[in-house]
Design a protein around this ligand. Structure first.
Ligand code: DGL
Length: 268
């Protein structure tokens, strides 16, 4: 068994989107080994019930813990919104999630204390970002909006397409009218729409990329707990999916911005 700091970070998501978090981790922590799990047979989670998401999450957590990970990163905003407690209860290793990362960064950046949050249907109706932000600063005014069409548009590769722009105008109209100074991209897929959303939001609104925020708090935790990999040898990345590894491979390389090897199909 390798030393604790050489063990991989377990990152998981409902499907492919969590690769935006892996990408941020690879950039911020290039010496870390990563095991990624994407539940491609059952994605999307963002339109499923809380009970179903909790059940799937318990299965995923059990699998990743069996891989001797040194920590778990919940890359999926929807899972973080409704099932983070399931993971925390099961896990003997530290657990971080995108919502605490995004909330922390948003509160840190906002000057006017007017923050917008966008995400899947389940994430927005859970008000998980609202709770996390208000725990840090109860005075913040939050405006939230579900943007369910963004996930399929991003997976279609329409990151800068007229249809996506029109859809974004429709979704963001009421949020931008609220005079926010910070907008949290509360879904794994949204960082890929950053240039388009930035354009629409204008220069005065700061976009919070929850993937980047996640990489930052992961680095802090590893440092604090003495779990940082010292960095001899090249890092190892392994990917597990529950369906269609070929699609994951092709689309995943676009999400990750680099080549993917070693995608394995598993059944939970
Ligand atoms: N990964 C999900 C999220 O961040 C988006 C895709 C889904 O609905 O499963 O909320």
């Amino acid at each position: 068994m390798p030393a604790a700091n050489e063990q991989p970070i377990g990152v998981f998501d409902s499907g492919i989107g969590g690769l935006t978090v892996v990408r941020a981790l690879m950039e911020r922590l290039p010496h870390e080994n990563v095991i990624y799990f994407g539940d491609t047979a059952r994605v999307p989670f963002g339109v499923k019930s809380v009970e179903t998401i909790k059940r799937y999450t318990a299965q995923i957590t059990e699998f990743l813990l069996s891989q001797n990970v040194k920590m778990l990163v919940i890359a999926c905003n929807t899972i973080a919104a409704v099932a983070r407690q399931v993971v925390k209860t099961m896990s003997p290793v530290p657990v971080l999630d995108v919502i605490e990362a995004g909330a922390l960064t948003a509160v840190h950046h906002s000057r006017t204390k007017r923050i917008g949050v966008i995400g899947t249907m389940t994430t927005i109706s859970s008000d998980a970002y609202g709770h996390a932000i208000h725990l840090l600063d109860p005075a913040v005014h939050i405006v939230s909006q579900a943007c369910p069409l963004f996930v399929p548009l991003v997976e279609e590769g329409w990151w800068d397409h007229a249809v996506t722009r029109l859809t974004a105008q429709e979704y963001l109209g009421s949020v931008l009218a609220e005079d926010i100074d910070t907008l949290v991209l509360g879904c794994t897929h949204y960082p890929l729409l950053k240039p388009l959303l930035k354009d629409l939001a204008g220069g005065k609104i700061q976009l919070v990329d929850s993937a980047e925020a996640m990489a930052e708090i992961t680095a802090n935790l590893l440092r604090e707990q003495g779990l940082m990999n010292s960095g001899c040898g090249s890092s190892e990345y392994r990917y597990y999916v529950t369906d269609f590894p070929l699609r994951f491979h092709h689309l995943g390389e676009r999400f990750l911005g680099r080549a993917i090897s070693d995608v394995q199909l598993i059944q939970l």
